[in-house]
Design a protein around this ligand. Structure first.
Ligand SMILES: Nc1ncnc2c1ncn2[C@@H]1O[C@H](COP(=O)(O)OP(=O)(O)O)[C@@H](O)[C@H]1O
Ligand SMILES: [Mg+2]
Length: 226
């Protein structure tokens, strides 16, 4: 059971059109992701949701504030140590679809488990996840042969394969039809019920119904809506 806590995190990007040369994507934000809960973050495109998720996931250092995984300040660690911690404890389904072309669907899903030495338990789990997500028959196919919606489900399975304490999902239903959207949302709900701290960044109105708490993000700031 793990908790992820952000304290006063900010991130700017260089942008020549901005008044002082910087654009603020995340502005002095506090955020807590508790074990066993599903938290939804909604908001318009460009409001800072993915930047927040990247900071929480140890992928992008904030310019102010800190991120605590339980009691560990993850950005106080060296890069190699932070990467190792992330691989063990944080599953990430990124917004941008990514896969390794030389590996099959099944191998792509198993990759995070391979990196943490969990191949044995993960093999069974990968099959269960593929079944749940309706991509079992694609196990031996190359990712280049998949549709966007199929590849999206591969990235979700990959984020779930190691059963990490923290799960960060960035618009995981973006390319999915209604039926697949519902099955992904239920899977995330079950993952939270099993004890994982789950963040769901989404445009899906329906998602709030699956969540324990919901926020909207506007210009880098979070407001609690439920
Ligand atoms: N690596 C980057 N370099 C420059 N600007 C960025 C970068 N990442 C995000 N931004 C800017 O920060 C803002 C927030 O982006 P993002 O967090 O992706 O928003 P959202 O996920 O809510 O659509 C956007 O205006 C985007 O252009
Ligand atoms: Mg985004």
């Amino acid at each position: 059971m793990m908790e992820l806590r952000a304290e006063k995190i900010s991130r700017d990007f260089l942008r020549y059109s901005a008044k002082d040369g910087y654009f603020t994507a995340v502005a002095e934000t506090d955020f807590t992701l508790a074990a066993g809960t599903l938290t939804a973050v909604m908001g318009h495109s460009g409001s800072g949701k993915s930047t927040l998720l990247h900071i929480l996931g140890g992928l992008m250092k904030p310019v102010t504030g800190r991120v605590l995984l339980d009691e560990t300040d993850i950005y106080a660690l060296g890069e190699a140590e932070r990467d190792a911690l992330r691989r063990c404890h944080i599953g990430i389904a990124p917004q941008r679809l990514m896969s390794l072309a030389a590996l099959t669907v099944r191998e792509n899903i198993l990759l995070p488990a391979l990196l943490t030495g969990q191949q044995e338990t993960a093999a069974v789990r990968a099959d269960v996840l593929m079944e749940r997500l309706g991509i079992r028959k694609l196990a031996s196919v190359a990712p280049s042969e998949l549709s966007g919606g199929e590849l999206r489900r591969v990235t979700i399975a990959r984020a779930l394969v190691t059963q990490s304490g923290i799960l960060l999902a960035d618009e995981p239903t973006g390319d999915l039809d209604e039926e697949n959207t519902r099955s992904v949302l239920s899977l995330l709900r079950e993952t939270a019920d099993a004890g994982t701290a789950v963040l769901l960044v989404t445009h899906e109105r329906e998602a709030a119904a699956y969540a324990d708490a919901a926020y909207t993000m506007t210009a880098g700031k979070l407001d609690k809506i439920a």
